[in-house]
Every structure is written in structure tokens, then in C-alpha cells.
Design a protein around this ligand. Structure first.
Ligand SMILES: [Zn+2]
Length: 427
């Protein structure tokens, strides 16, 4: 693996060697400038110990000297000064990352390619190795079969069938009698080991031989049986993820979302004309919950929604990703709620008189966290075993030709949520 470990190297940073003026920080070199507008000028140059110590409340009022010397526009990268036009420019600049350029992309993709190839050949050799052990069990099976040879013997049957077949059209009564007898003998041979009629000693011995082999192979067999379907399914998952990665460029409006693709830009532009203008609307879309940072936690989800105050008057956007790699969600607004399916690029508008969202959790109903529509999507507090009955409160257009409404969103009847995001859309 070492071969793939090296990274895209950033430019080397300039270092200045100035000792910290704090007498107790001997041998420390200053690394930061305190940017707080009104303060004792003498203490603006800080070292690592200053930051860890008496300035630890001011980490959002400093800049890194080496970063500023490298790029002066980074001076307000960590700060959040209100009404400072330099800060506004800085935030704008830092919402774009130009460092991930063509070379960096090629480098990254090459790294992914190497890792893929590495794991594919690992997979190949592991499967072949296991298969060799599995083939070893074939000998064992062959030996067992040999003990039953006489019962499976078809030599007389074959000869008899062939002879009768050659006399096609001219078969005599005597021939027919012989054929009938030989077939009867063959069936008797197969039925010979029937528990009720067999020689009990032979029966027992052979029965035990099978039972014994079953036990011996059972353990190995279950581990070794090659599941070709599993390989196909695995590849399908990887390909789906790769298709998602093709849309990895963040969307115009939902930059803070890690689940959304450019479909969400198109969707939002349809829902709200203000998003049709190509502009910076980051401040109109506020992330209120993201499982990646907040954890998949029912209490947290509930709390974040309740914190909005009059939450059922808000426009909210829910995005769910299931373990079956589907991303769908709900746009909740007072007059135009919709369920959407990002992968399938389809929308399901709410029916008249249906309330788009119910927070069941607040009613101490612990079996359900929230319900969209009339059970169109039901989220459980554990995020496992969630269910959907599309078409109940949100209408499923016939043009989508949906077969099973219950499994349409997640491609499963019962689904697990692996990631979830909630955004508030401000007016
Ligand atoms: Zn210091």
C-alpha cells in the first residue's frame, strides 16, 4: 500500500524566527498575529503556548503568519468580523477552492485507480485461494459417491434403452417385456436403500457415511461457497457510488450539502424562482442538521427542528441517503411541499389537505421520529427499518409507471438511513 500513500504536496511555507516575548514561553517561535481591533500592540505576536494558554478564547481572532506570508488574502480566514468588508470578501474567496486543479484531480483519480486495482487483485487471489480449498472438498465428495456406485449404475439400463431404441417401429412383445423388466430392475436399484425394505446394516452404514460427511463439510462449505451474485451486487454498488462521484462538484445553492447533486439546483430553481438567478444564495439556505457532524441522533434532529420556533411555518428541505444508495427527500413548505427522488430525478407533489410533516417524537411516540404526508415516508428514531408508502399523501404520477409504491423510494420495503441533512430555506 505504501506506493499510494504520498500526497499532493502543498507549497513549502515561509518561516520567520522570532521568539515569543512572553518570558515564560522561552524557545517558542511566534506563529500567529492577534487581529482583535483594540488590544495592547506588544502582545499581538503569539506563539503556540500563548494560543493554548491565555489567548485560548481568541482563536477566532488570529491569523497564521506562515499562511499570510504565503497568501495575504488568508488573513481573515478564521475570523468572523461583522460588517468588515474585508471579511465579506474573505468569506467569498474562501467559499471557492481553486487548489483542486486538473493536476490535483488527475493525481487523486490515479490514487483511487491504484487502490481499486490493488483491492481487485487482492480479491482475485483470495477467491482463488479459497476456491482451491473448496475444490479439495470435491475429492472428499467423490470418495463418498464411490461408495454408492452400485446404486447409480446405469450400464444395464443404458444397454436396454439403446437396444429397444434401435428396434424402433419393429419392437416385439418379447423385447417389450425385457425392456420393462430392465427398467423395473433399475428403479428397484434406486429404491433399494429405502428404510423400510433395505438391509438394515447396509442402510445404517451408508446413512452414517453421508451424515458424517455432511458434518465434516458443513463448516467449510458455508464459508467457501462462492457467491457470484455477491460480486455482481458489490460491483453494482461501487458503480452507483462512482456515478454519484461524477456529480461530486458541489451544487450552486446547496454547497453545505454532501448528499445533493446538481439535480437539487434544478429542483430548487423550479420551487423558488429566486434560485434561478445564478448568484450566491448560500445565505438563503441554512444547514440546520447534518448527520455527518451531528450524528444520526433522533433527539438532535427533533431539537434542531424545534429550535426553529414556528417550525411548521418554515420552508425545510430534508435529504435522506439509504443503505441501498438511494437519495431522496422532502421539500416542506406551506403551499408546495414535494417528495423528490434525486437518483430518479422525479417529484411527487403533495395532495390537497395533507399535512407535509408530523413530528411524532414530540408526542412521545417513540416508535416514530417523523412522518411525511400520510405515511409516505416514516422515519424511525433508530433510523433503521424505516418505511414508505408513496402515493398516500403525495401523489405519484402515472407517467412514472411505478410498480410497488412501498419500495419505490428506497428500492426496499424496509430501509435504513445512513446519512441525513436538513436545511432551512429563508425567505
Ligand atoms: Zn507565547
Amino acid at each position: 500500500m505504501e506506493a499510494f500513500e504520498h500526497r499532493y504536496e502543498p507549497q513549502e511555507r515561509k518561516q520567520v524566527m522570532i521568539q515569543c516575548e512572553d518570558l515564560s514561553h522561552k524557545d517558542e517561535i511566534v506563529q500567529y498575529i492577534l487581529l482583535k481591533p483594540k488590544t495592547d500592540a506588544r502582545s499581538r505576536l503569539l506563539c503556540r503556548k500563548c494560543i493554548e494558554g491565555k489567548f485560548n478564547q481568541q482563536t477566532n481572532e488570529i491569523c497564521l503568519i506562515s499562511e499570510v506570508l504565503d497568501d495575504p488574502y488568508k488573513v481573515l480566514k478564521y475570523t468572523n468580523y461583522q460588517g468588515n468588508v474585508i471579511q465579506i470578501l474573505s468569506d467569498f474567496i474562501h467559499s471557492y477552492d481553486f487548489s483542486f486543479d486538473a493536476d490535483a484531480i488527475r493525481y487523486k483519480i490515479d490514487e483511487i485507480r491504484q487502490r481499486f486495482l490493488y483491492h481487485l487483485s487482492e480479491l482475485e487471489s483470495k477467491l482463488i485461494e479459497k476456491n482451491e480449498v473448496f475444490l479439495g472438498t470435491k475429492d472428499f465428495m467423490d470418495k463418498l459417491k464411490a461408495r454408492f456406485n452400485q446404486y447409480f449404475d446405469i450400464s444395464k439400463l443404458e444397454e436396454s434403452l439403446t437396444q429397444a431404441g434401435m428396434k424402433y417401429g419393429n419392437i416385439t412383445t418379447k423385447d417389450k417385456q425385457k425392456l420393462r423388466k430392465d427398467v423395473n430392475d433399475y428403479v428397484a436399484q434406486i429404491q433399494k436403500l429405502n428404510q423400510d425394505s433395505a438391509d438394515q446394516e447396509i442402510y445404517k452404514t451408508l446413512f452414517n457415511a453421508i451424515d458424517d460427511s455432511k458434518k465434516k463439510l458443513a463448516e467449510k462449505e458455508s464459508q467457501l461457497k462462492l457467491q457470484k451474485e455477491k460480486l455482481d451486487k458489490g460491483v453494482e454498488k461501487i458503480l452507483k457510488e462512482l456515478q454519484n462521484m461524477e456529480q461530486t462538484y458541489s451544487t450552486l445553492n446547496l454547497r453545505q450539502s454532501e448528499l445533493s447533486t446538481t439535480y437539487m439546483d434544478e429542483f430548487l430553481a423550479r420551487k423558488n424562482p429566486v434560485f434561478q438567478q445564478r448568484n450566491n444564495f448560500m445565505d438563503k439556505i441554512k444547514r440546520i442538521y447534518q448527520s455527518k457532524y451531528d450524528g444520526l441522533d433522533a433527539n438532535k434532529v427533533h431539537e434542531k427542528i424545534i429550535q426553529l420556533g414556528q417550525w411548521n411555518n418554515q420552508t425545510l428541505l430534508f435529504l435522506f441517503q439509504t443503505s441501498s444508495q438511494q437519495v431522496f427527500g422532502v421539500y416542506v413548505s406551506q403551499n408546495s411541499s414535494e417528495i423528490f427522488h434525486q437518483n430518479k430525478r422525479q417529484e411527487f407533489p403533495i395532495k390537497a389537505g395533507v399535512s407535509p410533516i408530523t413530528l411524532n417524537y414530540s408526542n412521545n411516540q417513540n416508535e416514530v421520529l417523523m412522518t411525511f404526508g400520510n405515511g409516505d415516508i416514516i422515519i424511525k428514531p433508530q433510523f433503521n427499518g424505516c418505511i414508505s408508502e408513496l402515493g398516500e399523501g403525495f401523489s405519484a404520477s402515472p407517467e412514472y409507471r411505478i410498480g410497488d409504491l412501498k419500495s419505490y423510494l428506497a428500492n426496499q420495503h424496509c430501509f435504513d438511513i445512513v446519512e441525513m441533512e436538513i436545511f432551512q430555506i429563508l425567505k
